[in-house]
Write a protein that binds this ligand. Structure first.
Ligand SMILES: [Zn+2]
Ligand SMILES: [Zn+2]
Ligand SMILES: [Zn+2]
Length: 642
């Protein structure tokens, strides 16, 4: 056989003529390479048939039965007819051999029945053709310069911000390869396709004037008007068939693909609600919507406005269990959102959603949620600590000017500023995980393990209106205020509750407040210096821990730290010498220059101050306050004056 040969089956069936066409499909597989093609029964065959101009023969009706065209088997359900056809061939002596064998066959995912492929008349939206402007004018369409959907979509895809950015490639491939959009469905109810057929000449009538006329009726009566009204009552008065002048019409019975309904929401919703506008800022859905809503919306947005209906597109993965397996009720590994809300609160569930990487499948289990609960407590306790120490603090009258703040307070605020910058950038990129982690690290490391520990002494010991306490409170107020604002999107209620309780709060809610501004001030030197101090502190804390374990000291305030350190560091620490005892949370510190780094922990000199528990050789000096240290003597005399 040669490509292009025209053959008959010879003696077996002289009436049937066959054309020989070579396709690549069977290449490299076993067999003859001869493939039976039925353009009326399958998409691939239909495409081949179209290419070679074969007849689209489809003698199967809507009920899956052979039509009257089929001699001997008309009216038979096709799968039931199989045995009869074999019998008929046998009887007529045309069958050489027959056997049953197993092979794959597509089945309906829903009812599990074998699928029957049939070529049927449907409505399509073309991906590559567009009406010429002449045709457009003829039908009264407004736009004259329309690009085909496919090329328009490929152009618009580049203007969208894709989160994660692989979405762009995925959508591009999908649009490049998608077939024309089949928008008709054979269902008894739905959004109708507003097309009429002339009874006299069968002409399909669907120009934009008529579609708009029908749309006006739908606006008043809903799309059910299609089912309630006669064709003539849906058409403009005295409408005549443009082809034959006939006046009798039938209605299309197919409905629109539901993806057309959801896809057109970008126009129907965005343009009819006062607080919304086309295009949308964000479309957010699971990865399955590249084929569905993301796709149909892009088509509808392009058709309506020649533009993408979304500026940002966010895709998320699915929730899976702690081991990454799909959740099933039957497996018992499913986590019900309602159970989490009832047990731990919606705040915790929301925080979990912020903490996970939503661009991939997201793990969720009781253990993971309990870690989120821990994080939630840390966040809440941080805000509580700040609020608890801001009692009677008026930010307007009691604040210390930024430049005059104690250096460690400025250090805390410099860190806060970096957090503000990072978190805002993360929110800008819809990267909630980075926002969460940045806030978590700030709260647990910078604040809880360092700053709050160190300023506790100052907040509790110094007189309420003292500069030292006001300096710490100024920083605390700013930290609490900005943290509330930064937490607002992911800790909706907790941040609002804390924000309301900030002293002298004038705003009703954190959700009416702006995000904090990023200060342009560069504090690299300050941050680097304190990083150096904290790395020394980390070492000292290890020795203190050992000394505690060895019962040399009880609490760290019973300790005197003797630090031996190189000349350069000793020189560096000179400026911070008065700070060191508070940074290490001990009563006394000595710094010695030496070759080898060493830390010695001894019992602190002097006696324990009854008030602040620090040790000092000067306890007992005061006659008025004989049981306290010199620092507390000052504080107490100041408090007396109030
Ligand atoms: Zn089915
Ligand atoms: Zn007609
Ligand atoms: Zn004291």
């Amino acid at each position: 056989l040669m490509n292009g040969d025209h053959v008959t089956l010879g003696e077996a069936d002289a009436e049937t003529e066959l054309d020989v066409r070579f396709e690549n499909k069977s290449a490299k597989k076993s067999g003859t390479g001869c493939v039976h093609t039925a353009p009326g029964h399958g998409a691939d065959d239909f495409a081949i048939g179209k290419r070679y101009g074969l007849e689209v023969y489809c003698p199967v009706d809507n009920g899956g039965k052979f039509t009257s065209e089929v001699e001997h088997f008309a009216g038979e359900f096709i799968f039931k007819a199989n045995a009869k056809i074999v019998g008929f061939l046998q009887e007529s002596g045309a069958l050489l051999f027959s056997e049953n064998y197993n092979h794959r066959y597509p089945h309906c995912w829903r009812c599990k029945n074998p699928v029957i492929f049939r070529a049927t008349p449907q409505w399509f939206i073309s991906m590559d053709d567009v009406m010429s402007s002449a045709e457009n004018q003829e039908t009264g369409a407004q736009k004259t310069d329309v690009s085909p959907l496919r090329s328009g979509a490929l152009r618009e895809i580049e203007t969208v911000n894709w989160h994660p950015n692989w979405g762009e490639g995925r959508m591009t491939n999908m649009i490049k390869n998608r077939p024309d959009w089949c928008v008709s469905r054979q269902r008894s109810w739905g959004v109708p396709i507003p097309v009429f057929y002339c009874r006299a000449c069968d002409e399909a009538v669907a120009d934009s004037k008529i579609v708009n006329h029908v749309a006006d009726i739908f606006q008043q009566e809903t799309a059910d008007a299609w089912y309630n009204r006669e064709a003539k009552d849906l058409l403009p008065e005295n409408f005549k068939c443009p082809k034959c002048g006939g006046a009798d019409f039938t209605k299309e019975t197919d409905i629109l693909d539901v993806w057309f309904d959801s896809g057109s929401s970008c126009v129907a919703v965005l343009e009819t609600r006062g607080n919304l506008q086309f295009p949308a800022d964000v479309y957010l859905e699971g990865g399955d919507q590249f084929r569905g809503w993301f796709n149909s919306s892009l088509m509808c947005g392009l058709a309506a406005h020649g533009k993408s209906p979304y500026k940002n597109l966010i895709t998320h993965g699915w929730v899976v269990d702690g081991e990454g397996r799909q959740m099933h009720k039957s497996t018992g590994n499913a986590v019900s959102p309602n159970d989490v809300v009832n047990k731990s609160g919606a705040e915790v569930l929301r925080l979990w959603a912020a903490a996970v990487d939503y661009t991939e499948d997201m793990r969720c289990s009781d253990e993971i949620l309990s870690r989120i609960v821990d994080a939630y407590r840390k966040f809440r306790n941080t805000l509580r600590y700040a609020l608890g120490n801001l009692d009677r603090f008026n930010p307007e009258t009691d604040s210390v000017a930024q430049a005059e703040l104690l250096e460690i307070d400025r250090w805390a605020l410099a860190n806060l500023n970096e957090v503000v910058e990072k978190v805002l950038r993360a929110y800008e990129n819809y990267d909630f995980q980075v926002a969460y982690q940045t806030l978590y690290n700030f709260v647990t490391v910078t604040l809880s393990a360092r700053y709050f520990d160190i300023i506790k002494d100052r907040l509790y010991i110094y007189a309420p209106t003292s500069f030292e306490r006001r300096s710490a409170q100024t920083a605390l107020y700013e930290i609490a205020d900005k943290l509330c604002r930064l937490f607002a999107p992911i800790l909706v209620f907790t941040s609002d509750e804390a924000f309301e309780n900030l002293p002298h709060q004038k705003l009703q809610s954190v959700h009416l407040a702006e995000f904090p501004a990023v200060s342009e001030e560069k504090n690299e030197r300050l941050l680097a210096d304190w990083e150096r101090i904290f790395s020394i502190r980390d070492e000292v804390l290890k020795y203190l821990e050992e000394a505690r374990n060895a019962k040399v000291i009880g609490s760290s305030l019973e300790a005197k730290v003797i630090l031996t350190i190189d000349a350069d560091t000793t020189f560096f620490l000179l400026d911070y010498f008065d700070n060191l005892r508070y940074v290490f949370i001990v009563s006394q510190v000595e710094v010695h220059e030496g070759e080898k780094f060493a830390v010695e922990i001894r019992k602190a000199d002097g006696a324990k101050c009854e008030r602040c528990w620090n040790y000092s050789p000067r306890v007992g000096e005061s006659e008025t306050y004989p049981s306290v240290c010199e620092r507390c003597v000052n504080a107490l005399s100041e408090i007396e004056k109030i």
